[in-house]
Ligand binder design. Structure first.
Ligand code: UD1
Ligand code: MG
Length: 448
């Protein structure tokens, strides 16, 4: 049966104390809302609808950046979870499948759990959990396997408040039933809000079935403060590191490696301590990422050796067996097979041919203060140490540049380009200079 996702993301998140809408705060390099969208996307939904309110413009931008087929609907006033879901009614007009409701600030619900909810044998299915501290969560009132209703903590009797099974907020119901019931909800309750949770009791009273699927508390973890954000990130990292290791990646010191939601690392790659993977990184099998390297938006092919202390920025495309050494920064550059950039270099907006060797301290001077320009280095070229390549410029196949050269025009294949002041030698001059300077210092020391 077709599935539609509705993700609630209109709340303010006051306790974040932030100008950024809560659901856009990142966990593992991706807005927490994107985590919920990613989990939901595994169900191959026919519709993905995000209910935005606070910071809707920003939320909308982030949503569409991640998935341009998603739809953002506005909840201008936050009148409750039921009211929030109702904002998606129009966008789902005519949709007869199941609706799955997620929260944008609850990033860790597993796809398997959502599958289990879709497979459950009842009209309305709620994801429940038994927290260590049930606190102020809504309570599931069960009768055997049958869910009778959900009572919000504020509205619960003392006996109901002692119930252990709580509402995670994730709810699944056929679209027509969901909206029919939501139209019947009011806000005559302790919070004065339109509760999504009222749908269950209403559905039961009109002869529909309801049940609960349960999950671990960790899955339903919500983020309300910066401390909880950090804790959620730590939780994500631990799981992701373990998954990588199970997939055959060596993490020498797992606790010191930071991963992003979309990090992909191939089997038998070795990650040394203290490496950061920002968004958009793919590392193929058998590579080595050495300590203190920072990677984002880049691709390292098989057998690459990166770092220590390397920085790969967006658009760094490294082919097989490329070596990038310490204090090298690479941005928007294609480095072909077997090329080496081993020490202290900046390579930006460049193409480097196979087996080329880039000497220590080489810089592609790509920016003239207004525009960016490209540097092209041919196969087997040898760039002498401390060469400034003033772009746009190209170095031919098999060409060489002398150390310390400032290269401002193209170099032909197999040519040697020298662009530096010729060496001048003055015999005995150093000794004379030293004597002169020493005498000067002695005079000053006496005279003071
Ligand atoms: C809700 C549930 C409660 C459950 C708990 C789990 C209701 C009535 N209560 O309570 O049973 O145990 O979540 O965390 O559903 N939101 C909107 N628009 C609104 C109100 C909320 O988009 O008008 C969004 C929030 O941004 C948040 C989510 O819905 O992502 C939940 O809202 P929140 O106010 O945290 O609900 P709780 O009171 O915690
Ligand atoms: Mg809440």
């Amino acid at each position: 049966m077709a599935v539609a996702l509705i993700i609630l993301a209109a709340g303010k998140g006051t306790r974040m104390n932030s100008d950024l809408p809560k659901v856009l705060h990142p966990i593992a390099g991706a807005p927490m809302l994107v985590h919920a969208m990613t989990a939901g996307a595994t169900l191959d939904p026919a519709h993905t609808i995000i209910v935005a309110g606070h910071g809707a413009e920003h939320v909308s931008k982030a949503v569409l950046e991640h998935d341009e087929t998603a739809k953002v609907v506005l909840q201008t006033e936050q009148l409750g979870t039921g009211h929030a879901v109702l904002q998606a009614k129009e966008a789902l007009a005519g949709f007869e499948g199941k609706v799955l409701i997620l929260y944008g600030d609850t990033p860790f619900v597993r796809p398997e759990t959502l599958e289990a909810m879709l497979a459950a044998d009842a009209d309305v299915v709620v994801l429940g959990f038994e927290p260590a501290d049930a606190g102020r969560y809504g309570r599931l009132v069960m009768d055997g396997d049958s869910l009778e209703r959900i009572v919000e903590f504020k509205d619960a009797s003392p006996i109901e408040q002692r119930l252990r099974l709580c509402n995670s907020g994730v709810i699944c119901a056929p679209a027509p039933l969901l909206f029919e019931m939501l139209d019947k909800t009011g806000n005559d309750n302790a919070a004065g809000e339109y509760y999504l949770t009222d749908v269950i009791g209403l559905a039961r009273r009109s002869g529909h079935s309801a049940t609960a699927v349960t999950c671990d508390e960790a899955e339903t973890l919500g983020v309300n403060s910066r401390a909880e954000l950090a804790a959620a990130d730590a939780m994500y990292q631990e799981v992701a590191r373990n998954t990588l290791m199970e997939d055959g990646v060596t993490l020498v010191a797992p606790d010191t490696v930071y991963l992003s939601l979309d990090t992909v690392i191939g089997r038998d790659t070795l990650i040394e301590p203290n490496v950061v993977f920002g968004p958009g990184v793919t590392v193929e099998s058998g590579a080595t990422i050495r300590s203190f390297s920072h990677l984002e938006g880049c691709h390292v092919a098989r057998g690459g050796i990166i770092g220590p202390y390397a920085r790969l920025r967006p658009g760094a495309e490294l082919s097989e067996n490329v070596k990038v050494g310490n204090f090298v920064e690479i941005k928007n550059a294609q480095i072909a097979e077997g090329a080496k950039v081993n020490h202290l270099s900046y390579i930006g907006d460049a193409t480097i041919g196979p087996r080329a060797n880039i000497g220590a301290g080489t810089i592609t001077c790509n920016y003239d203060g207004v525009m960016k320009h490209h540097t092209d280095i041919g196969a087997d070229a040898f760039i002498g140490s401390n060469t400034m390549l003033v772009a746009p410029v190209s170095i031919g196949t098999g060409a060489m540049t002398g150390s310390g050269s400032v290269i401002t025009s193209d170099v032909d294949p197999n040519a040697l380009a020298l662009a530096r002041a010729p060496q001048v030698e003055k015999p005995g001059m150093a000794a004379k200079l030293f004597d002169m300077l020493k005498a000067k210092k002695a005079k000053r020391d006496r005279g003071s």
